[in-house]
Structure formats: C-alpha cells, structure tokens
Design a protein around this ligand. Sequence first.
Ligand SMILES: C[S@@+](CC[C@H](N)C(=O)[O-])C[C@H]1O[C@@H](n2cnc3c(N)ncnc32)[C@H](O)[C@@H]1O
Length: 441
Amino acid sequence: MSINPETGGFPLRIEGIGSSGDGIAHHDDQTVFVPGALPGEDVRVRMSGRDVELIHIEKPSPDRVAPPCSLFGKCGGCSLQHLSLPAVLDWKTSRVVHALNDAGFEDLPDPLRFQTVPYTRRRMDFAVQRVPGGVVIGLHQRNGDPVDMTECHVLHPDLFALLTPLREVLSSLGSLTGRGSMIVNLLDSGPDLTFSTPAQLTSVDRTKLAAFAKAHGIPRISWQDPKSGGIETVAHSAAIRLRFADADTAPPPAAFLQATKDAEQAISAAVVGGIPPLNRKDIIVELFAGCGTLTFPLAEKGRVLAYEGNETATATLKAASGGRRVDAYGRDLGRQPLLPQDLKTARAVVLDPPYIGAGPQMVPLARSAVKDIVYVSCNPGALVKDTRALKAAGYSVLSWTVVDQFLWSTEVEAVVVFTRDAKRLKRESSRRSRIDLSHSD
Ligand SMILES: C[S@@+](CC[C@H](N)C(=O)[O-])C[C@H]1O[C@@H](n2cnc3c(N)ncnc32)[C@H](O)[C@@H]1O
C-alpha cells in the first residue's frame, strides 16, 4: 500500500546526530536513528521493525545542503554530505567536547579548529571486485558489494585519475578471481599501490602490473598475500619518499598516513605547539610513532625517543633518524607499556594511539612524573577511556585542536594538550584573557 509522505508514517523531531551520521529521535521511550535527518528537523518516517526510512522533511534544518556527490548514500563513504561543512565541523567539535566532559574535563578553553578541503585525500582503502565484464573499485561496505567509484569529492585527483586504468589492468589479472582489496597512498614520490587478490599472482599478472607501473609513473606496486599477510614488491622503479619536517622517509607498502597533507600539518603544528619550552637536549617520549609524522617535527624541539609497534614502520623511522635527535624503538605498547621509571627523564610525552586507544599504556603514563602530555585522538570513545586516568592523576586541559580530515564522514581527530604544571596553566589562562580583552575593545 502506498503512503502519503506528508501525512503518513510517524512524525519525529530530530534531536542530534549519532556516531554513524544518522539523525537521533525518540519515540515511545525508544531511541530511533533516522538516516538522512538532521538536528532540529521535523520529519516523518516509516518504521518497519528496526528499519527506519525518512519519507518527508516537514521543517528542514538551515544547515541542510544538497549533497555534492551523485554517489552520496550509496558508496559507503561520506555520511554527512547533506550537512554544510561548517555545521559538520561544529558537530565534530561537539563530539570532542562530549568526550572530554565524559572523561571529567569541564570548563574547556576554546579550541582551535581545522577542516581539510575537498579533493585532498591521499590514502584510501578500496575493495576491488570482479564483476561480469570488468572490475568494480569502490569502498568496503559493511553489507554488500562495493559500488563503483565513478565520482569522488574527497579523493586527490592524482589518485582518482588512476581508477579508470586500474579497472582495466585489474580486470586482466588471473589472480583477481572474486573480491580483493587495494590500499592507495599518495607519497611525495607518487602513488604507492598495495593489492591483495584471492589467488596468488601469476607471472603474467606480475608482468602486467610492472607494465602498468611503468606506463603510469608509479614508483612501487606491492601485493599482499591474503592468507599470510606477507607483502612482496611486484614493481619498484624509483625511490619511495615522504618528507616529515627535514627528514626524507621511505614508508613501507600500505603504511599509515594521516589522510590529507594539510591535516597532517595541522596535527603536527598542534602537537609541536603543545610542547612546553625545552632545551634541545630535553627528552620528549613519543608513543605510537608510525613512520615519523610527528617524530621529525618534534625533534626540532628536543631529543625524541620514539616507540612504535609495527616492525616495518619502526625500520622506516630508524632508517630516517640517523644524524637527527631521534632514537627509534620497536615495542608493543599494549603488551609492554612504558612504566613510570621508563619515563623518568621525559620532559613531555606525545601519544597518537590507534583507533582502539592506548589501553594499558595509560595507567603507567598517568602514574609517571611527566607534567605535559599531548594526546592525538582519532576516536572520541577511546579519548574518554584513555584520559580518565589523566583526570584522576590531576591533569587539566591546557588547549585542544579539532581536526576534520575525513571530510563529510563522522570521523574526527583531536590534539589535546594536558598539563599538571600549575604555572603553565596560569600563563595560558592569562594569555587567553588578554586576547579576550583585546577582542572586547
Ligand atoms: C594513529 S597511528 C599514528 C602514527 C603516527 N603518529 C602518524 O601520525 O603517522 C597509530 C600507530 O600506532 C601503532 N600501534 C598500534 N598498536 C600498537 C601497539 N600495541 N604498540 C605500539 N604501536 C602500536 C601503529 O602501527 C601506528 O603506527
């Protein structure tokens, strides 16, 4: 039976946005998630079991905009293209505020905020799927097949331009028998591709990939065995290069990168700016250092002892640290966290943990004598869990920066500077009140 959208279904008032980008409302004491609805909107929805469908917007939000991409809602990527970018940043900021409040930090200073621009994403993890007559390259979907990425408003144009020729070469590979995957990183040396295919690469496949690399000026193509996880190089024609501050690094295939170059610089500036004044010999301990995104900028302030769990990333760090004030160590900080005595000489600690957070590292860190800690978060949920220990140990938030580098997604990064140095806190608060006074003139 058809339904009149203007009178049918249930009326709901949308109160907020959930962590996956759906509108949140309440109906009969139940929380209802309404895909596509925005806070403040009056909508009508059709509900069937747990499925909720937005059928009419009676009062649209002033922040509602037309989604720029024709694949919005289909490709499994952006979930907030119907919200203006300034409103997206406000919502992401509120996620970090809630996280810090939940961890016990109230009365926060105003944050600095950074939002990346479209067409700058330099890392993407694709699903590649053989279909009748060719190959689809799209995002991994929670349920279902990838949708071919024929348009994208976040991906860097140099990477987007590769998708058409990639479809062609991938469809000619004998080893792509069903669904595989492909991580594409845009380094200073050019695109760096890492594939995985269900079957082993044949020698014909290797020849085709090497020819593809040559034709498109791709310095390296690698293949990852889906069973063992081992990665081998298929084509390597030029040096791999990615610069952090004054250091040229050579990241391994599929290396972690901050999603956009400008956001990397914003995060790096917030981290370095969060370090108190130091002598160049003073020690900064950096945890979860990756290939050195923050390590080398930090080395301009002091001597950095950088810890990282991934073997190839640690090797990259070690190779680039020669002649600099950087000592790189391989260490699984989940199994073997640094203890308070390991942090005795540290003047400041910087940590940039993975999505799940720093886990067992937090309690010994909070028990150490370190006064200044800069925490880089990519997950507000982990930020809450991790920083409760800092609140209990007497730290306050000195400053914080919100970084929106996954445009139109629900992801948000934050750099939070914690201190228990009362003088530093006082100096910062008088600096802020001077700025307030000068603005009120
Ligand atoms: C969010 S990334 C940050 C990397 C780096 N700071 C950057 O900005 O490029 C998190 C890093 O933590 C590392 N990591 C994850 N689990 C770890 C563990 N248990 N011990 C040490 N490092 C770990 C990952 O390999 C990754 O390099």
